[in-house]
Design a protein around this ligand. Structure first.
Ligand code: ATP
Ligand code: MG
Length: 557
């Protein structure tokens, strides 16, 4: 390990390095981490950060990382979430091998450890109601209290067993750890470690009617799996003494170390699963995988690559201070990746017909165009040219503004990789809308070159009207109009951007795109990066999502 060069070293890596060095608490041990999602929703980009930290740290130290469904809360959740979580982690490029676990598989052991604590005089059954417990919680100068604290061990053992046997209704009593009612850390004021809840669990069914609290369950799960480093987000920092207390006071096989890092927040979106679920259930979006969602399945559908997301989490780094990252930075990382990876193609989003009046009717010629300017191995494709093309309607102006270099009567423009054409005019309908643009081509300029060296400033993209493919293209913008929908006044759904989805139904694509497969990504010249929609696109009707535009709005400080 000494020779191992740690790139991108962060504070977690430094802690672990010390721990596994000679004299450290984990000297000679394999670094072992875990990612513990609650299977009650889909993973989002915040989870991706945790996945990268958990799996990435293990990878860095040649260690192991478990995938554990943290399902100690009784619910009747679908396996849908479990499967989706696995798929997303695999997609990101991480592998838990055969180490896939459910926290609910440890319920019996957890129960055993609770009994052990009672026997040691370190836990007791408390009959305060929730309301009373809040009332007796105390404050910084007043300790909490419970009249049940000194109840005999035998009595607690008996009651705890009867709690398990279903004798009492929800909320009637709890099991509390006996720690310190006067602690300045309220998490240590005899926290509840078991509660009664007569609710079916998606895996254990009705076997249990008492369930362990997170702060008790999590350290046990970690210890049972031999986790050495339990990496979690900052909100658990104040709970670390309790985490340590639990592993110190049960006969745990190992003592894991909890290290906290900052949660990821991104502006113009929300990240809590509860809010994401509302967006889905109240039909503000089309589903968890709506391309506007910050979920991994949504981002994948939008066109994000695993590499762009891993690059993003690498670059934002790991720290102890919660902060909000700009959405535009995420887009910047995607653009960086797709610029290298995506094949180039031409698509016209808002078409108008361009007629080359001096080009022979019925004639077609072919041009061979490279798929990527920097990657000859990505080979070439053929595009055809004929008398009638489609161009963007914004690439023609009858009366150009100053510095406009595209088509206007009398001006020469390069039809990308084909010819130089000179605009001769247009035809308009009764309302004055341009329905056709006219131009003449210069046969001497095949390939778009000017043999006489004359300057042609504008270059526009196009498709052949004879063989182009119709498609629907979906343009996306921020899902929320405000930077911090979580912090805005009123309900966050009031701030949904009505223009977050714009559907263009009449787009024209070059013929080669007929071969595009779901999730294929392209750079459409002058337009941005686009991805074939994995759900709605079919051979009969191609649907593309704009992953990100070409212009980078991320400002480096
Ligand atoms: P949410 O509030 O979105 O429901 P959660 O923390 O309840 O998130 P879990 O399924 O419990 O969701 O999360 C699994 C792991 O992912 C936890 O270790 C958690 O700390 C981490 N995690 C969740 N959200 C973020 C985030 N925004 N940034 C970094 N890590 C996160
Ligand atoms: Mg949680």
């Amino acid at each position: 390990m000494e020779n191992e060069k740690l790139v991108n070293e962060n504070f977690i890596h430094r802690f672990i390095k010390e721990d596994i060095a000679e004299g450290g608490d984990y000297y000679g041990k394999t670094v072992h981490t875990r990612f513990p999602p609650e299977p009650n929703g889909y993973l989002h980009i915040g989870h991706a950060k945790a996945v990268c930290v958990d799996f990435g740290t293990a990878e860095k130290f040649g260690g192991l990382c478990n995938l554990r469904m943290d399902d100690t809360n009784p619910t009747k959740e679908d396996v849908e979430y479990v499967d989706a979580i696995k798929e997303d982690i695999k997609w990101l490029g991480f592998d838990w091998d055969d180490r896939f676990y459910y926290a609910s598989d440890y319920f019996e052991q957890m129960y055993g450890f609770a009994v052990e604590l009672i026997k040691k005089g370190l836990a007791y059954v408390c009959e305060l109601t929730g309301e009373q417990m809040r009332e007796y919680r105390g404050d910084l100068s007043t300790p909490a209290k419970s009249p049940y604290r000194d109840r005999p061990v035998e009595e607690s053992l008996d009651l705890f067993k009867r709690m398990r046997d279903g004798e009492f209704e929800d909320g009637r009593m709890t099991l509390r750890a006996k720690i310190d009612l006067a602690s300045g850390n309220f998490a240590m004021r005899d926290p509840v470690i078991y509660r009664i809840n007569h609710m079916s669990h998606h895996r254990t069914g009705d076997k249990w009617c008492i369930y362990p609290m997170y702060d008790f369950a999590h350290p046990i799960e970690d210890a049972l799996e031999g986790i050495t480093h339990s990496l979690c987000t900052l909100e658990f920092e104040a709970h670390r003494p309790l985490y340590d207390w639990v592993v110190d006071n049960i006969t745990a096989p190992v003592k894991p170390r909890q290290i906290e890092f900052a949660r990821l927040g991104i502006n113009h979106t929300v990240m809590s699963k509860r809010k994401l679920r509302r967006l889905v259930e109240e039909n503000f979006v089309s589903g968890w995988d709506d391309p506007r969602m910050p979920t991994l399945c949504g981002m994948r559908r939008r066109g994000y690559t695993p590499e762009s997301i891993r690059g993003f989490t690498d670059q934002i780094g790991v720290s102890k201070v919660n902060s909000t990252v700009e959405y535009s930075f995420l887009e910047h990382c995607l653009r960086d990746d797709l610029n290298e990876r995506a094949a180039r193609a031409m698509a016209v989003l808002d078409p108008v017909k361009l007629v080359i009046t001096n080009y022979p009717e019925g004639q077609t010629e072919e041009f061979e165009i490279e798929n990527h300017p920097n990657h000859p191995e990505m080979e070439t494709r053929k595009v055809t040219f004929s008398r009638e093309l489609f161009i963007e309607s914004t690439d023609f102006m009858e009366e150009p503004f100053k510095k406009y270099q595209r088509l206007y009567p009398g001006n020469e423009v390069r039809i990308k990789s084909a010819y130089i054409v000179k605009c001769t005019g247009c035809k308009k309908d009764e309302d004055g809308n341009v329905v056709e643009v006219y131009a003449e081509y210069d046969p001497e300029t095949r390939g778009g070159n000017t043999p006489d060296g004359r300057k042609v400033r504008g270059t526009i993209h196009w498709v052949n009207a004879n063989d182009c493919v119709d498609a629907e293209i979906r343009l996306y913008d921020n899902l929320f109009t405000v930077e911090e929908p979580d912090a805005a006044e009123g309900d966050f759904t009031e701030y949904i951007n009505p223009e977050s989805l714009v559907v263009l139904e009449n787009c024209k694509l070059e013929k080669s795109l007929l071969n595009a497969k779901p999730e294929d990504r392209f750079q459409f010249m002058r337009q941005g990066y686009f991805c074939v929609d994995s759900k709605d696109s079919s051979e009969d009707r191609l649907v593309f999502n704009r992953a990100v535009g070409l212009k980078d709005s991320f400002k480096k400080n």
